[in-house]
Design a protein around this ligand. Structure first.
Ligand SMILES: [Fe+2]
Length: 508
């Protein structure tokens, strides 16, 4: 789309859009104090002892951290994973200042609103160090593991009505990004993919050194709430972003009320403006639901769903009255009243599947309708597939040929994702489900116009996957196509597009 980058343009000194973003101080500037806390002043002797213990603890931590760092420097050899340095996975450099864009292909429509388009995505800070080899075995990054980089395109009009379009990008300045940038090399040992023992050791080393197994990547999504923008990955709290300069303002914990991981795909409730969130964790509580007030200042509801074990649950759907949880693994879908609890969930058994993203959910008479992209297996290889990943990629991402002599239902087409619909009848408990598009095209990363979240929508959009390219590397290649479908079930593919799925467009 953008041919030439011309000259730097000044950064706006204050937010000029109507969204009121960046006008407030980050929440972490206001420490949370329990309302009934009783403060007892320590005696001078106790204070001295406490300081001594604190000092010893810091020294021990520092010594052990230094020893671990030295151990990693000697025991590990880091190298490049070529597939993460090519095609649409190739990292880009940070641009210091916004640049004015000219010579664009096409024209901006006259009625297009002024505002900013932002996308978020992984951009490895140390792209030549994405594989770690040691005596424990080999581990490596998966394609979603780079630090979050925000890309913003600003659409403004001059006083003469001419479009001024500028671009800037910046890393999300998360705590762990700062750590790796300061060190100027990988600090967290890659742990998402690799040989089982090596993965376990990598997790352990990261926890011992940094108190967490993986980085705060902040690379999965950017969402808006109460006029504020947040970058997020589901293993940590969101980082608030100033959309004018992409500076990171700080962590968002709803004034101290939320200390769980925070979903990458929160959902705004139609009408009330409240935000539904969830936190999934390997430790108890494994699954907590929350509802944030429309002004973003209060947690108005919180429910521990009392799951027996931790599951990867990546997306959540809302309707006017309900919240849906797609239960990865057991293939059940739970429907819960917005302000319900673990006891008020209605469970529906559905065909085995693995869904990462939903288009939308809405109520239709006695039914709750869910539309999402469905595949049959996890994108994270396990068991025998981990041993021979290239074979697994080569067959799982391609359209399955069920007439083939060596067709293996546990392997072929398991990651060939397609739009799907579930209809859950709340009155009689029945389920009707099925694919809603043709069988030939793989799609994922669905979006809709977010004004229709939770109510019946007409159009949905999804990325068309380049299945062949993806099957060669296991990394998700996107075709330059966007798929638009109408709820009439007459679907068609549209022209080439640069639409990105995890985006935020804030109008003036
Ligand atoms: Fe996602």
């Amino acid at each position: 789309m953008f041919r030439d980058v011309l000259k730097p343009t000044a950064t706006a000194s204050r937010c000029r859009c109507r969204c009121r973003c960046s006008h407030r101080a980050p929440d972490h500037a206001r420490p949370f104090t329990p309302p009934n806390a009783i403060k007892v002043p320590p005696s001078p002797g106790l204070k001295k002892q406490a300081l001594l213990i604190q000092g010893m603890s810091q020294t021990l931590k520092s010594v052990s951290s230094n020893l671990l760092e030295r151990f990693i420097d000697r025991a590990y050899r880091f190298s490049e994973q070529p597939s993460l340095n090519e095609g649409n996975f190739r990292p880009v450099n940070e641009i210091d200042e916004a640049v004015l864009l000219n010579n664009l292909d096409g024209e901006v429509p006259g009625d297009f609103p002024e505002g900013v388009y932002i996308r978020n995505g992984p951009n490895p800070l140390n792209p030549t160090q994405t594989i770690a080899d040691s005596i424990f075995g080999s581990t490596s990054y998966m394609y979603y593991e780079g630090h979050g980089m925000l890309h913003a395109v600003y659409f403004n009009k001059s006083s003469l009505g001419e479009w001024k379009i500028s671009y800037r990008n910046k890393y999300v300045n998360s705590d762990t990004f700062q750590l790796e940038r300061k060190k100027n090399q990988v600090a967290f040992v890659p742990s998402a993919d690799g040989q089982p023992y090596a993965t376990l050791v990598a997790f352990l080393l990261n926890i011992l050194r940094f108190g967490k197994a993986v980085k705060d990547s902040a690379n999965t999504n950017i969402f808006e709430h109460a006029g504020r923008a947040f970058a997020i990955t589901e293993n940590h709290l969101p980082y608030e972003i100033n959309i004018n300069n992409l500076n990171t303002l700080g962590l968002y914990n709803i004034n101290g009320a939320w200390n769980q991981p925070f979903t990458s795909h929160p959902k705004k409730i139609h009408g009330s403006g409240e935000l539904v969130i969830m936190g999934t964790n390997t430790e108890k509580p494994h699954y907590v639901l929350g509802v944030i007030s429309s002004d973003g200042e209060r947690l108005v509801h919180k429910a521990d769903l009392k799951f027996e074990e931790g599951k990867l649950i990546h997306d959540i759907g809302v309707t006017k009255r309900f919240i849906e949880n797609d239960m990865n693994g057991k293939s059940r879908i739970g429907v819960m009243p917005r302000f319900g609890d673990a006891e008020s969930i209605i469970w529906f058994d559905v065909e085995n599947h693995c869904s990462y993203h939903l288009f939308n959910c809405f109520e239709d008479g006695n039914e709750v309708v869910i539309r999402g992209c469905r595949l049959l297996g996890s994108i994270i290889p396990s068991g025998r597939h981990r041993v021979d990943k290239s074979k697994w990629y080569g067959r799982a991402f391609l359209q399955p040929d069920k007439d083939s002599e060596d067709f293996d239902p546990s392997l072929d087409g398991n990651l060939f994702s397609r739009p799907y619909e579930w209809r859950l009848n709340l009155e009689n408990g029945s389920v009707h489900e099925g694919y809603i598009t043709c069988e030939k095209v793989a799609m994922d990363f669905p979006v809709i116009n977010d004004k229709f979240i939770g109510i019946q929508n007409k159009y949905g959009y999804a990325q068309v996957a380049d299945s062949l390219a993806t099957s060669k590397t296991g990394s998700y290649y996107r075709c330059k196509e966007i798929f638009r479908g109408a709820s009439s079930k007459k679907y068609f593919a549209s022209e080439s597009s640069i639409w990105f799925p995890w985006e935020l467009f804030l109008h003036k």
